[in-house]
Design a protein. Structure first.
Length: 624
């Protein structure tokens, strides 16, 4: 048994940092402390409801769940109490002395550098309980875990300056009572109208009733006045919910301060019964690229909160979707483990995936501008889709956006449908090129023919693109074709320019033979090309071989890649080729051919195995 003595503890250093930051960055929006405390109280009540499904005695004969707020003007205090799950002593120390979230440290560090975005980022991170210190000079928490004895209560007190006290107390009721000793300059929060105002602003979608203690002047008595509607928004008929209410609800659910871009609210009856409410954010969460970023939907079963961030209802490539699902088919005592191998989960996942994709499709039809915002934020994540979800491949492909030669800038805003509708009548395939950057894709010699023929090519330069293109085989009957690979369909487009052997000069054919001999097995083949206009030569991958970009991805991932052998194509009409083909000096010819190959390789790969040799060879030839 602990003694009655106070024990002093120190805050974890991250807490000190967060407190400091919060007090200095959120001064313009102080009132959010009340939202945070009410939200915590509501979570504690949800947890109690959930736990008491298997252990009803936890209610301690008090199952009328509520949050109560009272003001004591004389003492300048504001008291927020709930009859939820409460905390044990150990939990109090862990929850109110540390920050459990992973990535806190890096988050705080990144925040230091983003002066003008601090406010928004802190909000997303969830300021939580510690926001009480924005308005309080001291905070005291009395709490007792549901089901524990009356003398197992805990008192936590702090002035938010580095340390806090813990003491054992008697608390007759389960739950938590938080007393804020307001700073002198924050006395506005002692006004009942002000508090009522804040509660209705932030807490309408809290499903637990929130009461404020009011005074009846006529009867000279105190009474509890309910402030919020305490009805779960998603259970209300769609047609009676206002746009603003959805937006508020989204913010409440996610801590995001921005409005959602779009949402989809559905009640499904029949075989499966559930309500889903899905949102697409306007901005990616700060930790969306963290491996341990907590995404997923909030799960309710028959209106009872079960868990946060359940990831199995949506595929990974839709991890930016936020929202909730309220199932009537799952049992209340469901656990994560059971959920995982559950046919209901599987069906829900299918249905919610379709729902999300249609929501995005609708967004793309309704507003180009909004869809572009979505794409800029989440396009890279959606690009994981083709590899992950074969079943919905064509729907996902339809949602992808690209830039292309004709686009003439790096903005990815062209759909495959648009590409196809602009296709030349002779064009059979959807042409694309992958490279390290937009610039290098746009300037690749492979584009010369396409530029000349006015045929558009998708320019892909995100890291994931090459990988994605392995899964995109065709769209609406048109095959995808990498233009850095050998491709016989090009012949149709170049009929007018076809190289016919009998029309070629003997000199050029002789030259071709020589090049083959000189390069030997450094290349797979040597051919004359009709792809080029400006460039003397180019290398291509064989149609069944890995592309350069793919090889780069593999080696960046630490995997060994077999050496790529290219097809070396020469442009017989290029002045340089014409000139070189006339060289008789064998040594000099060798040097020139090696130089040409290196040039083509450099253009293709962006680097050379032996750049030094390339330079000295070039310098030597420049002097001849
Ligand atoms: N009224 C309460 N009853 C029971 N536990 C509480 C209460 N308030 C806070 N806690 C506990 O303290 C923890 C920390 O609260 P805090 O508000 O700092 O962060 P959070 O609620 O976990 O995160 P966020 O604010 O981002 O949702 C909570 O997770 C909860 O376990």
């Amino acid at each position: 048994m602990k003694t009655e003595k106070k024990e002093v503890y120190h805050f974890q250093s991250e807490v000190k940092q967060l407190l400091h930051l919060m007090i200095h960055s959120l001064y313009s929006n102080k009132e959010i402390f009340l939202r945070e405390l009410i939200s915590n109280a509501s979570d504690a009540i949800d947890k109690l409801r959930f736990e008491s499904i298997s252990l009803p005695t936890l209610y301690e004969n008090d199952s009328n769940m509520k949050i109560q707020i009272s003001i004591n003007k004389a003492q300048k205090t504001l008291i927020i109490s709930d009859n939820g799950i409460g905390m044990t002593r150990q939990e109090t120390i862990e929850n109110l002395g540390t920050i459990a979230k992973s990535g806190t440290k890096s988050f705080l560090e990144s925040l230091e550098k983003k002066e003008n975005q601090k406010n928004e980022l802190i909000g997303q991170f969830g300021v939580g309980f510690y926001s009480s210190f924005i308005v309080s000079e001291k905070v005291s928490v009395r709490t007792r875990f549901a089901g524990a004895k009356n003398n197992e209560g805990t008192l936590w007190e702090s002035s938010g300056e580095g340390e806090y006290n813990i003491k054992n107390i008697i608390k007759k009721t389960k739950g938590t009572e938080i007393t804020l000793f307001l700073k002198k300059e924050e006395e506005e929060f002692l006004e009942i109208w002000r508090i009522k105002n804040i509660i209705s602003k932030y807490s309408d979608h809290i499903t637990v009733p929130v009461y404020i203690q009011n005074y009846d002047e006529k009867n000279k008595t105190y009474f509890w006045e309910q402030i919020n509607k305490a009805q779960a928004l998603w259970t209300i008929n769609k047609s009676s919910i206002k746009e603003e209410e959805y937006k508020d609800f989204y913010k409440h659910l996610t801590n995001d301060q921005n409005d959602p871009l779009v949402w989809s609210h559905n009640r499904v009856e029949g075989n499966q019964e559930y309500i889903s409410l899905l949102f697409v954010p306007e901005k990616a969460a700060w930790d969306i690229w963290n491996r341990d970023n907590k995404h997923g939907l909030k799960l309710y079963v028959k209106r009872v909160y079960i868990m946060d961030n359940y990831q199995e209802f949506l595929p990974n490539y839709l991890r930016f979707i936020r929202g909730l699902i309220d199932s009537s088919d799952l049992p209340l005592n469901i656990s994560r483990e059971i959920l995982q191998d559950n046919a209901i989960t599987e069906n829900l996942k299918k249905a919610l995936t379709k729902r999300s994709l249609s929501m995005l499709e609708k967004l793309s039809k309704d507003s180009d501008e909004k869809y572009q915002i979505f794409w800029n934020q989440f396009g890279l994540i959606l690009k994981e889709g083709p590899a992950e979800d074969h079943e919905n491949l064509s729907k996902i492909a339809n949602l992808l956006r690209f830039t292309s030669i004709k686009n003439n800038n790096h903005k990815q805003n062209m759909s495959l449908k648009t590409y196809i509708s602009n296709m030349d009548s002779k064009q059979e395939k959807i042409y694309y090129i992958t490279a390290d950057s937009y610039k290098s894709a746009k300037n690749s010699p492979h584009l010369e023919l396409f530029n000349k023929k006015n045929i558009d090519v998708l320019l892909l330069s995100d890291r994931i693109d090459e990988w994605m293109m392995n899964y995109l085989i065709e769209f609406e009957g048109k095959k995808f074709q990498s233009i850095s690979k050998e491709d016989s369909s090009l012949n149709k487009l170049t009929e007018d320019k076809k190289i016919k052997n009998n029309e070629l000069s003997i000199e050029i054919l002789e030259f071709l033979k020589k090049v083959k001999t000189i390069l030997g097995d450094k290349v797979k083949d040597v051919r004359l090309t009709n792809r080029l206009t400006e460039t003397p030569c180019v290398v291509l991958s064989d149609s069944n071989e890995m592309t350069t970009q793919m090889a780069k991805l593999f080696s960046a991932a630490g995997q060994s890649v077999p050496e790529l052998k290219y097809i070396f194509e020469i442009n017989p009409e290029h002045t340089l080729i014409k000139k070189i083909s006339l060289i008789n000096n064998e040594n000099q010819l060798n040097e020139w051919i090696e130089l040409l190959l290196d040039q083509a390789l450099l253009a293709e790969k962006g680097n050379l195995e032996n750049p030094h040799k390339f330079i000295s060879r070039m310098n030597k030839l420049l002097l001849t």
